[in-house]
Design a protein around this ligand. Structure first.
Ligand SMILES: [Ca+2]
Length: 249
């Protein structure tokens, strides 16, 4: 399975930069798939700008729409149902444009109810610096439960797109996607997607950070030199704050 991912990532790098909106997306982006028409944002993609012919090559009987069968939030989710035709990697994506000059948190839920034998599904993100790069956030096999995915996408894109540069100017996230990877030779896929969120990292974690700071101060006030338990708790909160601080640089 590892080979499949490597091949997929390799194919996705260095694509011609066409079809990308130049308008920046407003944060937060929240796709809860409750509103009619919200499914239109999610488009088929296969290593390049989508065409009807290309979609027909890789899958048939495609049904994409909002469904009340399963929902992580509210009453609906996005449902994708199709028969696979060939290949090892296909995906649907939403085009966006978010400058990575600040830390951004991407999260979402998928429910892969039916997958071809040996295939997996997952979420991923795509970015542009000098070329297009993309990467999976994780994968799951067929499942009857919602599976969550989350990542500090600026941190991940920096490592992927410009590992040598401290602060790559002009690095953008240009899409999130849902992929299916594995032998895709004729079997059915049914997958649901809900609660995709792209938000400012600090806004997302402001409550947790404030809580950690308050607890740290409270312990500091009463700390005695020989109090080993509180010292250990103190360093736990200090480490957590340091970790958030690093993610925001
Ligand atoms: Ca929903």
């Amino acid at each position: 399975m590892k080979k499949i991912f490597l091949a997929a990532c390799f194919l996705a790098v260095f694509l011609p930069l066409t079809c990308f909106s130049q308008e920046e997306s407003l944060l937060p982006v929240k796709d809860d798939f409750e509103k009619d028409g919200s499914e239109e944002n999610i488009v088929f993609w296969c290593g390049g700008p989508p065409t009807t012919n290309e979609q027909d090559q890789y899958c048939s009987d495609v049904k994409k729409g909002l469904s009340t069968e399963y929902a992580h939030s509210g009453k609906k989710s996005l449902k994708l149902e199709f028969n696979t035709s060939q290949g090892q990697y296909i995906y649907w994506r939403r085009d966006i444009r978010i400058n990575m000059n600040k830390p951004i948190y991407l999260s979402g839920y998928i429910l892969p109810l039916k997958l071809p034998a040996g295939a997996v599904a997952g979420m991923g993100y795509s970015g542009i610096y000098k070329d297009q790069v993309n990467s999976a956030m994780g994968s799951t096999g067929e499942n009857k439960e919602w599976k969550s995915f989350a990542i500090n996408v600026r941190e991940a894109l920096r490592k992927l797109a410009a590992p040598e540069e401290q602060d790559p100017e002009g690095l953008y996230m240009d899409a999130y996607y849902i992929y299916i990877a594995g032998p895709l030779n004729g079997e059915k896929v049914i997958i649901y997607l809900d609660d995709i969120s792209i938000e400012d990292f600090y806004s997302r974690f402001a409550g947790v950070i404030a809580e950690n700071r308050a607890k740290l101060k409270e312990i500091e006030k009463t700390l005695k030199p020989d109090d080993k338990d509180n010292k250990s708790e103190l360093s736990g909160y200090a480490d957590a704050l340091d970790s958030y601080d690093k993610k925001m640089r």
